[in-house]
Structure formats: C-alpha cells, structure tokens
Design a binder for this molecule. Structure first.
Ligand code: NDP
Length: 241
C-alpha cells in the first residue's frame, strides 16, 4: 500500500519540488502551507495532491492539521520539515520579534510537527523524518544570527532523534541546501546575489529539484541505514567535515 508523506511548505520552492518527487515515487502526498492559497491551489491541481493550510509554528494547529491529513490519507510515514522563513538583519539591529518569529517557524516547528507522528512511526516500525536545514546553519551567516541558530538547532535535534529511533525503523536526517533558486533567494538584492554566486565553485545557484532528489532518496527504503546524517547539497560552497 502507498505510504503517506507530509511536506511542510510543500506548495512552493523546494517544498513543491519535494512534493512532486514524492508523488512520482508513489507516495500519497499532503502539502502544508501558510497563507498563499493561490500557489497552493495551483500545486493541488498540477500534482493532484491535497493541500492543507496551517502555521507550523503553532503546536495546536499542527496537531489539528496532522489529524486532518491522517483522516484523509492515513498515518504519516514520511514527514518532511521543509517550511522555513528568514527575517534578516545584523544582530545589533535585530529586534526580538525577528528572533522569535524565525525560531518559532524554523525550529519550534520541528517539535510541533514531529511529536504528533513519532509514536505512530515507532509502533508501525517504519518512519522517515527529513529536516531541511541550510548551509547557513552549518557555517553561520552574518545578518542571520536568528536563522543560523534555528538551522543549526535542527541539526542537533536530528542527531538526537535519530539515536532514539534507530532501532524502530525510523530514520531522521537533515538536508542542508546551499543557495537554491527559489522565491526566498529571489528576495536577495541582485548585486548581493552575484557576490554569493561567485563563492559557489559549481558557478550557479542550485535547483529545487536537486534538493528534492536527496529528500526522495532519504524517504525511500534504500536509505534505511542512513540516519542522523546531514546531507550537504551546495555546489561545494561550504564543505562540511
Ligand atoms: P519559499 O519561501 O520559496 O517557500 C516556503 C514555503 O514554506 C511556502 O510553501 C510557505 O507557504 C511555507 N511556509 C512558510 N512559513 C510557514 C508557516 N509558518 N507554516 C506553514 N508553512 C509555511 O522557501 P524555499 O523553498 O526557498 O525554502 C524551503 C526551505 O529550505 C526553508 O526551510 C529554507 O530555510 C530552506 N533553505 C532554502 C534555501 C534557498 O536557497 N532557497 C537555502 C537553504 C535552505 P506559503 O506559500 O503559504 O507562504
């Protein structure tokens, strides 16, 4: 029977490409999103999947949303924590709302989304959790103390959860993209973007599909021995040890 995959932020950018790859691989896919109904409706139509609006930074909303997904598609076998935001600014100018919002959406969401599905995965003896972190969680990035902290936190969370669930058929990994050509990166001013591209040895931005293929592999049966890992996909911009 087809497995169920839930992708947060699964309607745009990297998340949309992940939803698409998982549909291709035979999963029943549920794509969550925050507020862009137009993009979500277009993806629902294009990929013939169900889309669900809730805020991954709200625990009660996550619990209720996951219940809806499970009622429609069955228990969640694969969870991709992809939804993320930036609220950039140098730390000496950062306000507490910029800090709290990024920690809430990018890091707290890992507890809010993973906690309601982990017991079921353990009981059924199969599960895949893939967390989308960032190159900037690995190396740090000026102007992103909030984002770098949240994304580095995801890596520690992943390692702990991987150890706790390894003997239950549940793997937990992070994928750490470099700069990928999505709306998030389109928000970076052109001159700054050209400077960033100059630091990428492959000489270009990554494609959302290139991240999606890594996630699809980690979600598959073939990846059962990979857990607690950080899979770096960044065109050699930063080579993590
Ligand atoms: P986009 O901004 O293109 O898309 C973000 C998606 O997340 C949208 O579907 C959005 O929904 C959803 N989302 C945002 N906030 C929430 C929320 N509070 N609750 C539920 N859904 C939410 O992002 P990218 O595709 O660029 O990034 C995806 C992930 O990859 C993020 O975690 C990001 O940090 C990470 N990443 C991205 C890189 C890049 O270069 N693009 C590099 C490294 C990491 P809606 O459409 O409704 O707004």
């Amino acid at each position: 029977m087809a497995r169920t995959a839930l992708v947060t932020g699964g309607t745009r950018g990297i998340g949309k490409a992940i939803s698409e790859a998982l549909v291709r691989d035979g999963f029943k896919v549920a794509a969550n999103y925050a507020g862009n109904d137009k993009a979500a409706e277009a993806v629902a139509k294009e990929l013939k999947i169900k889309v669900y609006k809730w805020d991954v930074g709200d625990y009660e909303a996550c619990q209720a949303g996951i219940k809806r997904v499970e009622a429609d598609l069955g228990p969640v076998d694969v969870l991709v924590n992809n939804a993320g935001i930036t609220r950039d600014g140098f730390f000496h100018k950062m306000n507490v709302d910029q800090w709290r919002e990024v920690i809430r959406v990018d890091l707290d969401s890992l507890f809010y989304m993973s906690r309601p599905v982990i017991e079921g995965m353990r009981e059924r003896g199969f599960g895949r959790i893939v967390n989308i972190t960032s190159i900037n969680g690995q190396k740090g990035q000026a102007g992103q103390a909030n984002y770098s902290a949240a994304k580095a936190g995801m890596i520690g969370f992943t390692k702990a959860l991987a150890q706790e669930n390894a003997n239950k058929g549940v793997t937990v990994n992070t994928v750490a993209p470099g700069y990928i050509d999505t709306d998030m990166v389109a928000a970076v001013p052109e001159a700054a973007l050209q400077k960033i591209i100059a630091t990428i040895p492959v000489g270009r931005l990554g494609k959302a599909e290139e991240i999606a293929e890594m996630v699809a592999f980690l979600a598959s049966d073939k990846a059962g021995f990979i857990t607690g890992a950080t899979m770096t996909v960044n065109g050699a911009q930063y080579i993590a040890g």
